[in-house]
Write a protein that binds this ligand. Sequence first.
Ligand code: CMC
Length: 445
Amino acid sequence: MSANANQNTLTITDNRTGKQYEVPIENGTIRAMDLRKIKTGDDDFGLMTYDPAFMNTASCKSTITFIDGDRGILRYRGYPIEQLAEQSTYLEVAYLLLYGELPTKEQLAEWEWNITHHTFIHESIKKVIDEFNYDAHPMGIFIGTVGALSTFYPEAKDIFDVDCRRKQIHRLIAKVATIAGFSYRHRKGLPYVYPDNDLSYTGNFLNMMFKTTEVKYQPNAVLERALNVLFILHADHEQNCSTNAMRSIGSAHTDPYSSLAGAAAALYGPLHGGANEAVLRMLNEIGSVDRVPEYVKRVKAGEFRLMGFGHRVYKNYDPRAKIIKQIAYEVFEVTGKDPLLDLALELERIALEDEYFVKRKLYPNVDFYSGIIYRAMGFPVDMFPVLFAIPRTSGWISQWVELLEDADQKIARPRQIYLGYDERDYMPIEERKSQIESKARSEGA
Ligand code: CMC
């Protein structure tokens, strides 16, 4: 392959045939479909690329979130995450992600009114939550209940009707917080707390989580603000695993509730949004600062991964982790310092000096410190992935809308390299020897 800087094309020589092909380069990419014309003969399917885990494949054009992983930059619609975290609110950021611009005063007031007035859930949805086992993981309840919303709003299937779609967007952003709060209360065997429309999005969420006998719940202003910042930081992160799931399911024109349940399921995994829960379990397992070096040694020996470290895109300090580390101290002023913080700081210090981590560019990611703050605020560990899913809902929906409005998009359907059997005849059962058993035996399994 050779590139001509003046022409913005790529010239490819196929050494199998000696033929040359010229392929256009646009936005630093070539179209995979342009490779299809590279063939050895008429019955050749044409060249494909092999890219498991999408390591180097752009699946869409997007104007929502920009990440420069080498420089540790994250921007929503062009605005640096640091400025949004300092000056904005989660609902304003959700509007920005969805509509592309910061709202005016009137637009924001209308948007907040719409979200606030969709926080109630149908009483039958409450019954759905009731039926989960007493010790059900709140993320399992969340995924199941968000999926169940599709049966309550069948009109949501009309995904190309902009007004109908807007209604589902309000419902989703509003109701995920209520479902999250109810899933926690169910797990604890506590009565559900209904939404309070006088409170902010995060203030109301704290109300639905923690209200007990007081007539009116008053959220602590520092914690309400800290949660706002955490929600802003988690709102979108371009084409990560769960967003890719949202787009992939959405590409089949599935309704947004079912699509979002699928995205939340992807988020649940310990390599993705489940990592914050895993970090806390890891810190508890380490137990004390003096045991950190031994733990790091075992990580380096490949026994397990250091949870909350490393990222597919960031090869520098995750900018979200930097902001979270700062607000941790504000939260601890109110809640008292979590002893796990010293352990985390020591783990970070040792890891950042260690050649294993330096060489692989493994830095703390968003999940490394978020769990410690959440725990200090009183959230149980198994609520952590749910706390990720609430704000990510706005990102998932923004990406879903962008997908629906993108003329380039079709139903997602990757190719494969088939390496299985060639055609063979069906064998009657009397003639079969267990192929699987004999194969396993020959492999020594
Ligand atoms: N601890 C120890 N070694 C690691 C870690 C880690 N956390 N992460 C990556 N490595 C090593 C890995 O073993 C490999 O080493 P080698 O080259 O010797 O085989 C090298 O670093 C590259 O790793 P990879 O698995 O090819 O990288 P990836 O881009 O596929 O994985 C990741 C990214 C986030 C899944 C991974 O870093 C990881 O498992 N981290 C721990 C889980 C975690 O914290 N996830 C939260 C991600 S941020 C929140 C979100 O957006 O979801």
